[in-house]
Design a protein around this ligand. Structure first.
Ligand SMILES: [Zn+2]
Length: 206
């Protein structure tokens, strides 16, 4: 969604057989705590999107982290603004980038920001067409898709974008709110290949 900044890495499951390496840890910080329904929707949709890539996540609160945890693969995610589906207006908005990942000296770093207010503004006209009782789930799915996009930059270690699916450089509001919106096979294969590479390195170090 944004090429300005990018981001690091991942977990590892052996290419075949063997024991499973620890899941990727996501250290998260919400500027404003989201409703439970939104948070659950984000987590469920991200898990669904990443199943074909073989990546499993463990969510941790950044503020509760003791600083002495060891994790092979991780990413730090800051959710900016309010991650909720309230105060919707039937107007179009161009809120700018929906998410971005940091880079330094050309290296993608494992730090992403997700623009919760921007995602709400961008999708609000369409969200108003969603039955009220389902809006938080739909909004959470949209946030998860932006998050998955940024995690793709981190874990596939690439600034490139795909032509279709979650790896595209820009989405429509309809895509963000659709019942189903996934990575294409090529992006899943890339994510999986990097995982296998890491698994091999981890296995060699044991
Ligand atoms: Zn991107």
């Amino acid at each position: 969604m944004k090429s300005l900044i990018f981001c690091l890495t991942l977990a590892a499951f052996p290419a075949f057989g063997g024991s499973r390496v620890a899941p990727v840890r996501l250290y998260i910080h919400f500027q404003q705590q989201p409703p439970d329904a939104v948070l659950e929707s984000i987590q469920e949709e991200l898990a669904t999107i990443m199943v074909p890539a073989g990546i499993d996540f463990e969510w941790r609160s950044l503020s509760a982290t003791m600083g002495n945890e060891v994790s092979v693969e991780l990413a730090v995610i800051h959710f900016k603004g309010a991650c909720d589906a309230t105060d919707l207006m039937p107007t179009d908005a161009y809120p700018g980038p929906l998410g971005w990942t940091h880079i330094s000296d050309g290296q993608i770093l494992p730090f992403s920001d997700i623009n919760c207010d921007g995602i709400r503004l961008f999708t609000q006209r369409e969200l108003l067409r969603v039955p009220e009782g389902l809006r938080e789930v739909a909004y959470g799915r949209a946030v998860a898709r932006v998050l998955a996009h940024e995690l793709y930059h981190i874990f596939a270690k690439t600034r490139k974008h795909a032509s279709w699916g979650v790896g595209k450089p820009a989405y429509s509001a309809q895509e963000l709110l659709a019942n189903k919106f996934l990575f294409e096979k090529k992006e899943c294969d890339l994510l999986r290949a990097h995982q296998q590479q890491l698994a091999s390195i981890a296995a060699a170090g044991q």
